[in-house]
Every structure is written in structure tokens, then in C-alpha cells.
Design a protein around this ligand. Structure first.
Ligand code: 4NP
Length: 162
């Protein structure tokens, strides 16, 4: 059985990408697919390294039955080879990861680097998962709405039901 390795990336790795990781892992558990995937998250910035996910993000996820367990870390070059898929939350994250891949001397890398919102099935007009950090509670709900949608689409693509 092959293992698919998925890395979610945002800026600080304390709000959006930990939520993406938690939502995706939750979905895998629901569908009995946990042993077919390795799932992680990282930030393009290093300010919050070692911290748990933002309390507001954890609380919003917990209200939907999802536990966020990650500790923040910063993406590095090895991630481009350790993961099959890297999903970014906004245009800045996408540009930063693409630039890292370019720096590595291999623009394609091993990982396929894409915007997470590509996989939305209901929020089809969404181009990014907006940064909720400086906003109000609604921003965290919007992050989860988008991520539940996109994680469903991503899983359908990576593990299609026959
Ligand atoms: P994230 O949110 O990228 O979704 O983790 C942010 C967290 C922290 C900051 C910005 C965005 N910050 O500026 O510290």
C-alpha cells in the first residue's frame, strides 16, 4: 500500500494550516484512511515555532469536533522532497513555497505545490483561505468552512472512491 504525504502551509502555522491538518486528519479517520497518509503542517515564517495552534482556532475547530494537535514549525527545503503534495492557503504562501523550490534548484521539486482552494467543491469562487489572525471570530469559522470543503475535494482526488 502506498503512503501519500501531504503538507499544509500558511504564514505562521498557528491558524490555517494546523486547521487544515486537523480537518484532513479528521476526515481520514472518518473514512478509515488514516494509515494511507502522512499529514503535517508548517509556516513560511518562523515567529511562532514550537507553539500550539492559536486558541481561537483550536476553540472553533473543537466546536466542530476537530482537535488541533500541531506545534508550529517553519517549512524548509527538506519538506519539498519529504512530501508528495504541498497545499498553500494564500497567494503569499504559494509564492514563498515556489520560491523555496526554485532556490532548491529544482522548480518542480518532488512535491506538487498548489493552492488549497483549488480543491473547493462548494466555495468555487474562493481563491484563498484568508488570514484570520487579526480579525474577529467569524474569520475562524470562514477558515473552517473553506477547509472542510477543500479537504473533502482533496481527499476525493487523492483517494477516489471506486
Ligand atoms: P496563519 O495566521 O498564517 O494562518 O497561522 C497567522 C498567524 C500569525 C501571524 C499572521 C498570520 N502573525 O503575524 O504573527
Amino acid at each position: 500500500m502506498t503512503t501519500t504525504r501531504v503538507l499544509f502551509v500558511c504564514l505562521g502555522n498557528i491558524c490555517r494550516s494546523p486547521a487544515a491538518e486537523g480537518v484532513f486528519v479528521h476526515l481520514l479517520a472518518q473514512q478509515g484512511l488514516g494509515d494511507r497518509f502522512v499529514v503535517d503542517s508548517a509556516g513560511t515564517g518562523g515567529w511562532h515555532v514550537g507553539r500550539r495552534a492559536d486558541e481561537r482556532m483550536r476553540a472553533a475547530a473543537a466546536r466542530r469536533g476537530i482537535t488541533l494537535t500541531s506545534r508550529a514549525r517553519q517549512i524548509d527545503l527538506t519538506d519539498l522532497h519529504s512530501f508528495d503534495h504541498i497545499l498553500t492557503m494564500d497567494g503569499d504562501n504559494l509564492a514563498a513555497v515556489q520560491s523555496l523550490a526554485h532556490e532548491a534548484g529544482n522548480p518542480a521539486g518532488q512535491a506538487r505545490i498548489e493552492a488549497m482552494t483549488r480543491y473547493c467543491r462548494r466555495h468555487t469562487g474562493a481563491l484563498e483561505v484568508p488570514d484570520p489572525y487579526y480579525g474577529g471570530p467569524q474569520g475562524f469559522e470562514q477558515v473552517l468552512d473553506l477547509l472542510e470543503d477543500a479537504c473533502g475535494g482533496l481527499l476525493e482526488t487523492l483517494a477516489p472512491k471506486s
